[in-house]
Each structure stands twice: as C-alpha cells, then as structure tokens.
Design a binder for this molecule. Structure first.
Ligand code: HEC
Ligand code: HEC
Length: 184
C-alpha cells in the first residue's frame, strides 16, 4: 500500500476503534443502571421514603433517611437501641417499632440493587455502622477538593448527617453531585 493512502486509512481505522470502545463502555454503563431508570430513579438516587409512619416517627428530628442507605443489620441495631439514640431518647410503642424495623429491613441497601446501595455495601465489607455519614463510601464521596474546608461545620449545615443542607433533593433520595449546593 502506498504511504499516502496507508496513513490516512490507519487514522480512520483507529478513530473508529476508539469510538466503538467508548460507546461499548457507555452501553454497559447504561445497561447496568437501566433497571434503576425503569424505576424512575437517577444514577445517584435511592427510592424515596413512602412509609407515613416512618416519616412521622423518624423524620421529627432529622430527615427520614432512605432505608437503602444502610444495610439491614445497621437498621436492626438502630431500632434495637432507641432509648440511647445518639444522645437522645426516642420513644416508640412496640407495635411501631416492629412495623418500622420491618419496613427498614425489607427496603435496606441489600434489597435495592441501586448504585449507591451497592457501593455502600461494598465499602463496608460486612460491617454494620450506625451512621450513614460515616460510611466509607459516603466519607470518600465527601473528600473532594471542591468541598471547602470546614463546610460540614458551618452553622447552616450543622452536621454531616444533615444531607438536605447541601443536597436540596435529598428528600427524593436524589444525591447527584450536579444538584449539590453548599450553603454559606
Ligand atoms: C428525638 C429526636 C430523634 C428522633 C425522633 C430520631 N432521631 Fe435519629 N438522630 C437523632 C440525633 C440527635 C442524631 C445525631 C445527629 C448528628 O449527630 O448529626 C440522630 C442520628 C441518626 C442517624 C445517623 C445520621 C448520620 O450521621 O448518618 C440515623 C441513621 C438515625 N438517626 C435514624 C433514626 C431512626 C430510624 C429514627 C426513628 C426510629 C430516628 N432516627 C428518630 C435524633 C432523633
Ligand atoms: C456540606 C455539604 C454536604 C452535606 C451535609 C452532605 N453532602 Fe453529599 N455531597 C456534597 C458535595 C459537594 C458532593 C459532591 C462532591 C464532588 O464534587 O464529587 C456530595 C456528593 C455526594 C454523593 C455522591 C453523588 C455523586 O453524584 O457522585 C452522595 C451519594 C452523597 N453526597 C450523599 C450524601 C448523604 C447521604 C448525606 C447525608 C448523610 C450527605 N451527602 C451530606 C455535599 C454534602
């Protein structure tokens, strides 16, 4: 083959190769989260809370955290220690406690299959901590250089557990970083 033809031809072949490689990746990515899309959930979203009892009993002092943000064993521990709940006392009737334990465990991270839940479980390696804000995956996501130093200590934020302060869509289980807004 003459050089004048060979090099342009190689260039075209390489370009085609690269573009199919990238679209392969996109396809795989899309396929993996298609089931999530089918449920109307974004990539960085977990199913929102629908249980009215949970909203009422566990949404009084902080947002009612989506069950898919912790493994079932963590919810078990939390619901088993309500008289000493992070320095507060949470009083629930045995009936409410039973119903909530059931709701939280059936909708826990293991049952979701969502991206965030799978990442959380993987980062835990079997552990069952009590705080979402201290999960290795969540800590890692908040180590970004774009987050100004001291952001979590700001009065407008209050604590790392106050997801809503920076994720205005946290109530819908939507944590996509495109929607983040850190308050002053
Ligand atoms: C009387 C107020 C109160 C009620 C009611 C309450 N909590 Fe809490 N909860 C707290 C406090 C205080 C903290 C610690 C807040 C902090 O340090 O950021 C906390 C923290 C948490 C955290 C960890 C947040 C993090 O940092 O990731 C979880 C999970 C949690 N609560 C679940 C529940 C559940 C489930 C219920 C309902 C059974 C409930 N809470 C009801 C006061 C309450
Ligand atoms: C001080 C503000 C702040 C608070 C409070 C906060 N976040 Fe974030 N979060 C951020 C920012 C900023 C990012 C994006 C980081 C980046 O640029 O990669 C982020 C990223 C994330 C991501 C990854 C999203 C993505 O698209 O990759 C998840 C999941 C998340 N946060 C969950 C939570 C949860 C759950 C809580 C509460 C327990 C919480 N965050 C509390 C500021 C906050």
């Amino acid at each position: 083959m003459r050089r004048a033809v060979f090099f342009p031809l190689m260039f075209i072949i390489l370009c085609l190769g690269a573009s199919t490689a990238f679209s392969d990746h996109d396809d795989k990515h899309r396929k993996r989260y298609r089931h999530q899309e089918r449920r109307g959930l974004g990539e960085y979203q977990v199913p929102p809370v629908t249980n009215p009892l949970y909203k009422e009993d566990c949404g009084a002092c902080h947002m009612a955290y989506q069950p898919a943000l912790l493994p079932a064993a963590s919810w078990d521990k939390i619901l088993g220690a309500l008289p000493e709940h992070f320095g507060d006392q949470v009083d629930l009737s045995p009936q409410d406690r039973g119903a909530l334990t059931n709701y939280l465990k059936t909708n826990a991270a293991e049952s979701c299959g969502c991206k965030i839940s799978r990442k959380i479980l993987k980062s835990l390696g079997g552990g069952a901590p009590l705080r979402i804000s201290q999960l290795p995956y969540i800590l890692h996501k908040h180590e970004d250089d774009d987050i100004p130093a001291g952001a979590f200590e700001r009065e407008s934020v209050g604590s790392r557990g106050n997801c809503k302060a920076c994720h205005p869509t946290a109530d819908q289980g939507q944590y996509d970083d495109d929607l983040v807004r850190i308050p002053r």
